[in-house]
Design a protein around this ligand. Structure first.
Ligand SMILES: [Ca+2]
Ligand SMILES: [Ca+2]
Length: 471
């Protein structure tokens, strides 16, 4: 069957174990030349290769089938047939002594299979709808049109073709070169050059590979690039300006194609690219002037001239004072432990420990503190027993790490000796060190007498919250 034969005859249905009986015609070695579908040895019946060949081929290869291909892949001898109904059968036999695994690729798909030594297998594929007898090409596609053409792409569409069996797809050619084989009646061609003419044709194909005549040629010219910048934004204004932020807004620009967004610059540096006509700038310093401009952009990257600059001055920080009376003395009580901040051991020396301790009754001087304004909302915090000593982050202005000890030291104007009290919604305060921006914090969230104080990144937790009680 592998060598184009059109039929196969097995002479012997059943022979004995020595290949007989024979009546000549089997050559010198009857057993080597004649074999039956079955071998009968006493009461034992065994099936020979012919048995399986007959079974597989008669079941899967129909009358009128054509041989497609055949090869010997090592010990795997094979032959494939295409049946009149379009189905395909692949017959494989393993003539070697070991198990063989193989793969078959067909129509873009792949299948793997394993056959034991001496075994045969038949793999079949369904009809693709094509027929070996389809020799008629589809009709040429009509109605080829382009839409949505941009500087770099165009959408092509056309009317479906007809075929005696069935159209399976189309071939799109740009300037005579195939660029796509869509199965449907449209295709978006992209990656084109701007302001350039392209000629398209489309042809239809059927499953047998017959290709129709090409459609009429459609010429498409891509758009010229957008080189015109939008108009400069007008009406730049600021509102809601605080100590640290401001809301900018402006009037929309216009463009020959379309504005896609804006560029906001603060003191000449780009800070945002909003798509709309407003932006809130934040993270600003208090009581500081900033100069803003806004420009518009289109999709091609053309940028307009800048708007007229707008100068915004942020608000001043709150004046020292507020709810804190600078002449009063206060207990400072941790919200987590309920204990009072305390000059440990009534020390009057630099380096004295700042600790928490149960609040004394009557209130002791070493548990009373006064807030004395320095500048910009910061205070030095003075102990009543040792008025020269204030809360001080150990190590000076460079000591900004989490866990750095806060102790008591003579006030010398250092930024590590100044604290900003900020009242929370529940009436407690956080105290932020001026040099580090970190919060006064009871070490290890302790509730014990003698626990020390440290600075730590502000968390909003109760170990960083304190109530102040005026004496
Ligand atoms: Ca056809
Ligand atoms: Ca433009």
């Amino acid at each position: 069957m592998r060598n184009w034969s059109k039929t196969m005859i097995n002479w012997n249905l059943a022979l004995d174990s020595s290949g007989g009986p024979v009546n000549g015609g089997c050559g010198e070695d009857p057993k080597g030349m004649c074999s039956g579908v079955l071998t009968i040895d006493g009461t034992s019946v065994s099936k020979n290769a012919e048995y399986y060949a007959l079974g597989h081929l008669s079941k899967f290869v129909s009358p009128g089938a054509v041989r497609v291909a055949s090869n010997n892949a090592g010990d795997l001898h094979n032959v494939a047939f295409k049946n009149p109904d379009g189905t395909v059968a692949l017959y494989v036999t393993n003539v070697g002594g070991g198990t063989q695994t193989f793969g078959v690729s067909w129509n873009g798909k792949r299948v793997g299979y394993t056959v034991a030594p001496g075994a045969v297998a038949t793999l079949t594929w369904p009809s693709t709808g094509g027929s070996t007898s389809d020799t008629q090409a589809p009709s040429a596609p009509a109605g080829l049109t382009a839409s949505g053409t941009s500087t770099s792409a165009t959408n092509l569409s056309w009317n479906a073709s007809n075929d005696d069996v069935g159209v399976t797809g189309y071939v799109v050619r740009r300037d005579g070169t195939q660029v796509a084989t869509p199965s449907g009646t449209s295709f978006r061609d992209s990656g084109l050059s701007a302001d350039t003419e392209y000629s398209y044709t489309v042809a239809a194909r059927d499953a047998a590979g017959n290709e129709s005549a090409r459609s009429s040629v459609l010429t498409v010219r891509t758009d010229a690039p957008d080189t015109q910048a939008p108009s400069a934004p007008a009406g730049l204004t600021a509102s809601g300006t605080s100590t640290s932020g401001t809301n900018l807004s402006w009037s929309a620009s216009s463009d020959d194609v379309g504005v896609t967004g804006y560029v906001v610059r603060r003191d000449g540096t780009q800070v945002a690219t909003p798509s709309g006509t407003s932006f809130r700038d934040s993270g600003l310093s208090a009581d500081t002037e900033y100069s803003y401009t806004v420009a518009a952009r289109d999709a091609a990257g053309n940028e307009s001239a800048a708007s007229s600059p707008l100068v915004v001055r942020t608000s001043q920080a709150p004046e020292p004072g507020g709810p804190i009376d600078q002449t009063a003395w206060y207990q400072v009580i941790n919200a987590n432990s309920g204990k009072c901040l305390d000059d440990a051991d009534w020390s009057t020396s630099n380096g004295a420990r700042l600790q928490q301790w149960g609040c004394n009754t009557p209130v002791a001087d070493n548990q009373q503190w006064q807030f004395r304004a320095t500048s910009d909302g910061y205070y030095q915090v003075v102990n009543r027993h040792a008025e020269s000593l204030v809360w001080d982050v150990a190590g000076g202005s460079g000591a900004t790490g989490n866990g750095t000890d806060v102790h008591l030291w003579e006030y010398a104007g250092g930024v590590n000796q100044q604290w900003m009290p900020t009242e929370q919604a529940d009436g407690t305060y956080t105290f932020v060190a001026r040099h580090s921006g970190k919060c006064l914090d009871v070490r290890d969230v302790s509730t014990s007498n003698g626990a020390g104080l440290q600075q730590w990144a502000c968390t909003g937790g109760p170990a960083q919250a304190f109530s102040i009680v005026e004496q």
